[in-house]
Design a protein around this ligand. Structure first.
Ligand code: BES
Ligand code: ZN
Length: 458
């Protein structure tokens, strides 16, 4: 084991350069013009996996390709060794708005002990940490106590819809004891975390259509409805004064928080003033009766992600816009049923929509919430690995973000996900100036190295 640790230390500088090379690919899965960049990025991952001694291949899907890479199978043939799948994603969120980046998003730069660039933290740096750990085993000839298969996909940020059939097709090859995922956060560098729940998600576009085309607002305004105004009024009715989502049935199935859980949440370090400053808001806002830690991880929400209508250019233009559109996502918690909630939303919007505009609701993909017991032997092994690597007592957390495929891992492979995130709250994931802390990178590699020892003992 000492050889592995020494190797990781000695090769940090190169690992950082490799992270930069990885981040240089503009692998934005939401934008069709980046299709070739996603493929090039996936090919880079395959090449990298081969260089460190893995057997790697690129698998085509109906969308962006999936990288599958395995450790050379050791042990006696036919003997059953523990097998773990390491999941990650090489796609990234759109970098816009570009003018808010202090350096270009796909020209990674080292500063203040971190690498800046879109995808550095979510998720390239985190999955590369696992690759570096396995490289250390393979290059030092240290026997791994288990078999590993890496699955690094290119559509996580758009819902992973093509990965589900992929898992079905490869279920025999991917049969495993657990899925290890570093694609979540830790509350601070001194609080390594095991995440035992994620929120689910469902996305929509709500479009209101009025006149056949934009109209002169002086000539026609006052006689026809304004779709932008109608949309604002409609959306305004979806939240009450207490910060609750005002859609009948929305909270059906929400599991109340137990006293034990609330006590655990209260242990997560949280400072309102610092949090406010970090986010740049004048005051926090959230559902009454819950703490911010509870609000953002264990309560469902309704968010407008984008709002578009009418003239967006410079200066003014006096029109009644032909349409207005909101891009929306809801976050779901156990045991809300996405299909049920979507039905409630559809019904309620239809009821609220005035006859003066036409409502169109486009559904995007959805994913159910995820919850796993944090007390099992694998979770305990993961906590030991975190503690050894970070030399700090780890915390158990629930996270508000979503990893759509975790439920399919459970359903298809019947394996739990161990969520061991390395992202810090100020990493700016999905925001301008995303970064990945180099301390988290190095300790994440160590954690991964220890993890295989700890897990294989269970
Ligand atoms: N890494 C995140 C998920 C995450 C972030 C979980 C922080 C817990 C804490 C992941 O890459 C992500 O952003 N997922 C999307 C999924 C969506 C686009 C379907 C999300 O949560 O918005
Ligand atoms: Zn993300």
């Amino acid at each position: 084991m000492q050889a592995v640790i020494n190797y990781l230390k000695q090769h940090q500088a190169r690992a950082i350069e490799e992270l930069c090379a990885y981040v240089r690919f503009p692998s934005v899965s939401a934008q069709p013009q980046h299709r070739a960049d996603l493929r090039a990025c996936a090919e880079w991952v395959v090449k990298h996996c081969r260089a460190i001694g893995l057997q790697a291949r690129l698998c085509s899907t109906a969308g962006h390709p999936v990288v599958v890479a395995k450790t050379p199978r050791a042990g006696k043939p036919g003997a059953r060794r523990p097998h773990f799948v390491v999941y990650g994603h090489y796609d990234v969120q759109p970098p816009e708005p570009l003018d808010l980046w202090t350096s270009p998003p796909f020209e990674p730069r080292a500063a203040r002990g971190a690498i800046y660039g879109r995808g550095a933290s979510d998720n390239k740096g985190q999955n590369l940490a696992h690759l570096k750990a396995v490289e250390a085993y393979l290059k030092t000839g240290t026997p791994l106590p288990c078999d590993l298969t890496f699955v690094i996909e290119g559509e996580e940020e758009v819902g992973s819809s093509n990965l589900t059939p992929f898992l079905q097709q490869h279920r025999a090859e991917l049969a495993c004891n657990a899925i290890v995922i570093s694609d979540t956060g830790m509350p601070s560098p001194k609080h390594p975390a095991l995440t035992y729940a994620l929120r689910g998600i469902a996305g929509f576009e709500i479009i209101l259509r009025g006149p056949a085309q934009d109209l002169h607002s002086g000539i026609f305004g006052g006689t026809v409805d304004n779709p932008a105004m109608a949309l604002c009024q409609l959306l305004g009715k979806l939240r009450d004064a207490k910060g609750r989502v005002a859609i009948p049935g929305f909270y059906d199935g929400v599991r109340p928080l137990s006293a034990y859980e609330r006590k655990q949440f209260a242990r997560v370090p949280f400072n309102t003033r610092n949090y406010q400053r970090l986010l740049g808001v004048p005051k926090l806002f959230g559902e009454a009766g819950f703490t911010p830690v509870e609000q953002r991880s264990a309560r469902p929400t309704f968010e407008i992600n984008g709002l578009t209508s009418g003239y967006q250019g410079e200066g003014s233009k006096t029109i009644v816009p032909a349409w207005a559109r909101a891009k929306v996502t809801i976050r779901l918690v156990p045991d809300q049923d996405p299909v049920q909630v979507i039905r409630c939303i559809r019904r309620h919007l239809a009821k609220l929509c005035p006859p003066s505009v036409r409502l169109e609701l486009k559904e995007r993909s959805y994913a159910a919430p995820y919850l796993v017991s944090p007390t099992g032997p694998q979770a305990q092994a993961a906590l030991r690995a975190l503690k050894r690597a970070f030399a700090c007592e780890p915390v158990l957390v629930r996270e508000g973000g979503s990893i759509p495929i975790v439920n399919d891992f459970k359903r298809i492979l019947r394996a739990d996900a161990l969520l061991l995130g390395l992202s810090l709250p100020d990493d700016n994931a999905h925001s301008p100036n995303e970064k990945f802390d180099l301390g988290c990178f190095a300790k994440g590699q160590l954690m991964s190295a220890y993890l295989w020892q700890e897990l294989s003992r269970t």
